[in-house]
Design a protein around this ligand. Sequence first.
Ligand code: B1M
Length: 206
Amino acid sequence: MSKYQELADVVIKGDIPKVKEMTQKLIDAGEEPLALINEGLIPGINEVGVRFKEGELFVPEMMRSAQAMKGGVELLKPLMAAESMPTAGKVVIGTVKGDLHDIGKNLVIMMLESSGFSVVDLGVDVPVDKFVQAVKEHSPQVVGLSALLTTTMPEMKNVVTALDRENLRAGVKILIGGAPVSSEYADEIGADGYAADAVVATDMCK
Ligand code: B1M
């Protein structure tokens, strides 16, 4: 059992005030912010996914758990912010069209920013054209694509194809992430890499 099992349990219950209260108590007790995320909040939301799949939980419960998790992350975010670090580079990131999941993407952003990257967040349900436009406008070193649904994975390929077509690949690496994708999928669609989590994503951007 994880040290932060109780925190995971209140995420599973979708108890928004309790998640905030417990996160704050753990912060005050000097616990490591990243450990609270990786060993408390994420295992909690992952268990919600398992129970949803098994038909024990439904969308409204999953939504409440997601909100509870976000409440905890919001308290941890300022503790991980970079303090006047020189910018390590620019990343444009978004969740692909048709997909509304953003917890993982937001964690990646948080880690990138805390490592000194400047990040342009395009949000969720981002159409291909918006990625293309953002690359033209911001000239990032990395484009990050997030997808959590098997049905939205092909949108990643559409973004890769569009950036190829517009001759925008020079100097830009495309990194993909999200539960259903893999490094094999990255190879298959012609992306430059796959990051399994926010820490790996940040290392790869570096
Ligand atoms: Co959704 N959902 N959901 N959901 N949901 C999943 C993904 C699912 C696996 C649950 C299940 O069945 N077990 C399933 C997908 C099945 C499939 O496609 N194979 C599913 C489904 C079916 C759905 C709906 C269709 C349900 C419905 O309406 N019937 C619907 C779809 C809506 C849509 O998008 N169009 C839906 C809706 C929702 C909520 C809105 C209720 C909510 C999302 C709230 C939000 O994000 N604001 C939600 C949630 C919370 C989940 C689960 C439970 C948790 C996702 C999550 O936040 N994980 C999820 C089950 C699961 O994944 N275990 C599930 C925690 C997060 C930290 O991990 O997102 O993987 P993750 O991000 C990681 C890495 O993947 C990586 O780093 C992150 C941090 O470590 N990473 C990147 C992610 N993006 C990256 C980008 C990068 C790099 C790394 O770029 C550089």
